[in-house]
Write a new protein. Structure first.
Length: 94
C-alpha cells in the first residue's frame, strides 16, 4: 500500500497597514496608515541611519504624514513606525 498526502495552501489577501512611498525618495517621504473602523494614531516614528542611530523622531502624528528628506544625505535608512495597533521598521533609501 502506498500512502500519499494532499497539501492545500490557502492564501489570504495581504493587507498592508503601513504604506511608505516613494522609496527611494528625494524630497518627501509619504507615510499612510490603512484606514480602520476604530481609532488609531502614529504614536511614535523614528528615522535611523544604517548603524541604528536615531536621527529624528516624531510623536503623535496623523495617519497621513510626510517627511521632508532634503536635509538628509543620500543613503540607506530605517523608519520605525509605532501606532496604537502595530509596529514596524521599514528600510528607506534617500
Amino acid at each position: 500500500m502506498v500512502g500519499f498526502f494532499i497539501h492545500t495552501i490557502v492564501e489570504k489577501e495581504r493587507t498592508q497597514y503601513f504604506k511608505v512611498y516613494p522609496n527611494p525618495t528625494q524630497d518627501r517621504l509619504y507615510i499612510d496608515i490603512k484606514k480602520l473602523n476604530e481609532f488609531h494614531i502614529i504614536e511614535h516614528m523614528a528615522l535611523m541611519d544604517a548603524q541604528g542611530r536615531q536621527l529624528k523622531e516624531w510623536k503623535n502624528v496623523p495617519t497621513h504624514f510626510f517627511i521632508d528628506t532634503k536635509a538628509f544625505s543620500n543613503g540607506n535608512y530605517f523608519l520605525k513606525i509605532r501606532t496604537n495597533k502595530s509596529e514596524e521598521t521599514l528600510p528607506i533609501v534617500i
